[in-house]
Design a binder for this molecule. Structure first.
Ligand SMILES: Cc1cc2nc3c(=O)[nH]c(=O)nc-3n(C[C@H](O)[C@H](O)[C@H](O)COP(=O)(O)OP(=O)(O)OC[C@H]3O[C@@H](n4cnc5c(N)ncnc54)[C@H](O)[C@@H]3O)c2cc1C
Length: 436
């Protein structure tokens, strides 16, 4: 008997699950349901546009989508076009792979002022995610503060100072490139509560800042420790040593070597966003790190700026029809099992951390469970039940062939620019390609 599986979400976790199901040795029919017309989740909408090598993983996902057993239902939003409860009636197994699309909120006074954005929104804007097309951050300022010391913070700082020339070969949204290219922004402050040894940057991303075309990274020697403590976990120690070596280099850079600067500001806890309606500065308290925790010293200082990006983490949203652990921000699960016939993988299962490949084991495990759990099942109809319901509701389903047409049009639009594609950034624009 064929097991019918609906996977909700076409990011890495969804695709790894589909791949593991098809290659898992049991008889399956897999439907990937995605709210956007475009597949691949954060590979398209999160990973930095100038990191095209990382985005190449989508080619592997494409091979998965082309398996006979797999069908892509793009432009179908679960709990808007079809409910989770309905899908559970239609399919033997439903896998939630919806990621963590929201920002962890900055909760200091003034955080709601104009000019303060979360990184999910800002990254979505420069990556052309339709949800954030209208964010229009005001870049008409000389200085920006990025709060956070992880790779997403680095991405935001880097993208803000890049030039159109430097971005040749990237697929940044045209509206974002235009604003970034012409912005008067000269100084970006990358701030972290703790010290350089606690920063979560990977070394490749940190090193990359040393080779930017129009910005120079600057660190302050006084904030850098002389050595990495011996009692660190060996893996963390190696990373900290490499990062420290780069930061030492950055401490000797000439601030005027290039027209723009990225300043590393460690031991800086944001306490308030200052200004009237708009942000005019961020007030910080200087910290020291005691037993791995940042402790305030009482010393306050301000960084004047007209833009703040809070890159302090992502959050999943609750899904009607599934349990949700609000504190942990995930769907409670036992190694991916949520309820009879309901599973979770990726960021909605584990929380928003880890790299693309960290999502693969989730998919492999859940695929094994599904094969095990349904080996003697009567078999629900799956897509044979879903397709007519969507049609009856007038939902414009985007198939994988349709997506390839949208993609071809994006590639054609970019011809001659040196960029791999020029993204459509609204759903109607994407659908128009199909109607033409
Ligand atoms: C800014 C940023 C940069 C990153 N850069 C890198 C990097 O360079 N290298 C690296 O290894 N990792 C990187 N990562 C991490 C990587 O992107 C994640 O590990 C991975 O995308 C998580 O996969 P996921 O499938 O759980 O979620 P997602 O990729 O978010 O996919 C979830 C999908 O579900 C869809 N969806 C949501 N709700 C519904 C619904 N109701 N109905 C239908 N569909 C729905 C969404 O539209 C989305 O397509 C980055 C993450 C971020 C945030």
């Amino acid at each position: 008997m064929t097991i019918s599986v609906a996977i909700i979400g076409s990011g890495p976790a969804g695709f790894y699950t589909a791949d593991a199901l098809v290659n898992g040795g049991c008889d399956v029919q897999v439907d990937i349901i995605e709210r956007l017309p475009t597949p691949y989740g954060l590979i398209r909408g999160g990973v930095a546009p100038d990191h095209q090598t990382t985005k190449k993983v989508a080619r592997k996902y494409e091979r998965t989508a082309l398996f006979d057993q797999v069908r892509y239902f793009g432009n179908v939003e679960v709990n808007k076009d079809v409910s989770l409860a309905e899908l559970r009636e239609m399919y033997d197994a439903v896998v939630l792979a919806v990621g963590a699309p929201s920002d962890r909120k900055l909760t200091i006074p003034g955080a709601d002022k104009k000019g303060v954005h979360g990184s999910a929104a800002f990254v979505g804007w420069y990556n052309g995610h339709p949800d954030f097309r209208d964010l229009e951050p005001d870049l008409n300022t000389r200085a920006a503060v990025v709060i956070g010391n992880g790779n997403v913070a680095l991405d935001c700082a880097r993208v803000l100072v890049r030039s159109r020339e430097g971005m040749a070969g990237a697929d940044i949204a045209a509206h974002a490139m235009e604003m970034i290219e012409t912005a008067p922004l000269t100084d970006v402050y990358l701030t972290g509560r703790r010290g350089p040894l606690d920063a979560k940057f990977t070394n490749v991303e940190l090193r990359e800042l040393g080779a930017l075309e129009r910005a120079v990274p600057l660190a302050r020697a006084a904030q850098l420790p002389d050595a990495v403590p011996d009692d660190m976990d060996p893996r963390d120690k190696r990373l900290a040593e490499r990062n420290l070596a780069n930061l030492r280099d950055y401490a000797t850079n000439d601030p005027d070597a290039k027209p723009k600067r990225i300043h590393f500001e460690f031991f800086a806890q944001p306490v308030a966003i200052l200004g009237d309606a708009r942000v005019e500065a961020v007030s910080f308290e200087r910290t020291r790190v005691v037993d791995g925790r940042a402790e305030g010293t009482g010393e306050l200082f301000e960084i004047p700026c007209g833009l703040v990006i809070a890159a302090i983490g992502y959050r999943s949203d609750p899904i009607e029809g599934a349990p949700f652990d609000d504190k942990a921000g995930i769907i409670p699960n036992a190694d991916g099992r949520v309820d009879d016939g309901l599973y979770a993988v990726g960021w909605i299962k584990r929380g928003p951390s880890g790299v693309i490949s960290s999502n693969r084991p989730d998919g492999v495990t859940v695929a094994e469970y599904i094969c095990e759990d349904f080996q003697n099942a009567a078999g629900k109809p799956g897509r044979a039940a879903l397709a007519p319901v969507l049609e009856e509701r007038g939902v414009r389903v985007v198939t994988f062939d349709d997506w390839k047409k949208i993609e071809a049009a994006e590639i054609a639009r970019a011809k001659g620019s040196g960029n791999p594609r020029e993204k459509f950034v609204t759903v109607p624009e994407m659908l128009k390609v199909l109607d033409a």
